[in-house]
Design a protein around this ligand. Structure first.
Ligand code: SF4
Length: 107
């Protein structure tokens, strides 16, 4: 009982999710293209990985993550971080569309 109480009220942080890292190997991104649009589809698990990877574009709210309004101005400078966030999303709900209409991540 004491062990359960200690575990329940523990202030230790949970270990980092590893699912996001594991999904990266399955994805092949298009060659160098300009990002035109970024959005998040339903199914976000609120893991905060996208915001941690690219806080200029992504924000985690209480019940889902969003693409920040006005973040289009960061698409060029933050391209790598945006793509890494898309690759790293453990449920693959981040979508990136390039100016030629192609989408990433591509599985
Ligand atoms: S969009 Fe993906 S990476 Fe971002 S918080 Fe949701 S599940 Fe995590």
């Amino acid at each position: 009982m004491i062990a359960w109480v200690k575990r329940f009220f523990s202030t230790d942080t949970a270990p980092a999710r590893k699912c996001c890292v594991q999904s990266a190997a399955k994805v092949q991104l298009p060659p160098d293209r300009r990002i035109a649009k970024v959005w998040i589809e339903d199914g976000c698990l609120i893991c905060n990985a996208c915001e941690a990877t690219c806080p200029q574009v992504f924000k985690t709210l209480d019940d889902h993550a969003i693409v920040l309004a006005g973040s289009e101005s960061s698409f060029v400078d933050c391209r790598d971080a945006i793509e890494q966030a898309a690759i790293g999303c453990c449920v693959a709900v981040i979508r990136v569309q390039y100016d030629d209409g192609s989408l990433a991540p591509i599985s």
